[in-house]
Design a binder for this molecule. Structure first.
Ligand code: ATP
Length: 322
């Protein structure tokens, strides 16, 4: 039996060079089995390059990609049977019907012709395009085309689905529908990696997040306890207390704290136990605590903080040519 949250795919010191530039520097990430991981970063960050390495289309100049405990270069074909990859730019044949596209996709995946029809129907149902099977692809809206393309990507029932910018160009309704479908695929047991600039929807369904910029991982949340984001706790007192600052900053697990009158904001390293220990510490120290609330950071804020905080470093790197 496999453990939940064990990595399905991970990298070890992955480095990738294009002929004229280094695109990935010592990437160490792990994508947990059964999760939905968001891969975010500004244009040119290296998202597509990283995805291409993960799916074995780019051979790294250094480091490794491990898929289900095996170096992907050892048996890429076996790994590909378990992966579905929708690139940021893909082609579907406009003059074929959705059914023909899906059946063609099935045969390209080595599925026997006699089984292709059933596979097409199943994939279309999963992506909610079953009522469009006889429509020509060229007549579909952008949202439906995207769903038909994803149906083709999962025609062989992969357990790892990689989508590069799947929501690009979609209107809010179509993006919402896509988010719901991703949750459905995940509920069926699929592990997903979704690269996107559109953070609002990712927030709805992602369990993990990797932020990259300039070919480096800035932040990797959720995959392992050591990389969890900090908990932000707002503490409110009923009346002023001169010991607030000393008591909060002296508590175990408090990495940083800010103070504003009756209110303190503590940033905690650790989980619920550390949170509970902090509350007990405050009460035992005699503080008149009337509020103790965890504030969840929005993905957009996390992203801005990570990417914004690195802007100077990236500029420095460019100047030094690294
Ligand atoms: P976007 O969000 O714009 O799609 P990205 O995060 O996917 O960007 P990549 O396409 O992986 O970024 O590109 C990473 C870096 O590698 C960029 O600086 C890009 O210009 C460069 N790059 C990409 N493809 C090539 C190539 N074929 N030859 C040389 N450099 C490349």
């Amino acid at each position: 039996m496999r453990l939940m949250n064990a990595p399905l795919i991970s990298t070890e010191d992955l480095v990738f060079d294009y002929p004229t530039k280094r695109a990935l520097f010592d990437i160490n990430i792990s994508i947990p089995l059964g999760g939905i991981t968001a891969l975010v970063g500004p244009n040119g960050a290296g998202k597509t390059t990283l995805i291409n390495c993960l799916v074995g289309l780019h051979a790294p100049v250094d480091g490794r990609v491990i898929f289900d405990s095996q170096d992907i270069t050892a048996s890429p074909r076996a790994a590909h049977k378990r992966m579905g990859y929708l690139p940021d730019f893909y082609g579907l044949y406009d003059d074929l019907t959705v059914r023909q596209c899906l059946e063609h996709g099935a045969e390209m995946r080595g599925i026997k012709r006699r089984d292709a029809e059933a596979r097409a129907a199943t994939a279309a149902a999963r992506l909610n395009v079953a009522d469009r099977l006889d429509d020509k692809v060229g007549s579909l809206s952008r949202g439906l085309t995207q769903r038909a393309a994803i149906a083709r990507t999962i025609i062989h029932d992969p357990d790892f689905l990689i989508l590069d910018e799947p929501a690009a160009g979609l209107d809010p309704d179509a993006r919402q529908q896509l988010s719901a479908l991703f949750r459905g695929l995940h509920d069926d047991g699929m592990t997903l990696l979704v690269s996107s600039h559109i953070l609002a929807e990712l927030e709805d369904y992602c369990s993990d997040m990797i932020i990259i910029q300039g070919g480096r991982v800035l932040r990797h949340d959720g995959a392992s306890p050591g990389t969890q984001s900090r908990r932000r706790i707002v503490i409110e007192l009923a009346e002023p207390n001169g010991n607030l600052e000393a008591i909060v900053t002296g508590a175990a697990g408090v990495a940083h704290a800010e103070f504003d009158g009756l209110r303190a904001t503590a940033y905690l390293d650790g989980g619920k136990i550390v949170q509970l220990t902090l509350l007990k510490h405050l009460v035992d120290a005699g503080l008149p605590v009337i509020g103790f609330t965890e504030i969840k950071e929005r993905l957009q804020d996390t992203y801005q903080r990570a990417v914004g905080g690195q802007a100077d470093t990236q500029a420095d790197n460019k100047e030094s040519g690294s």
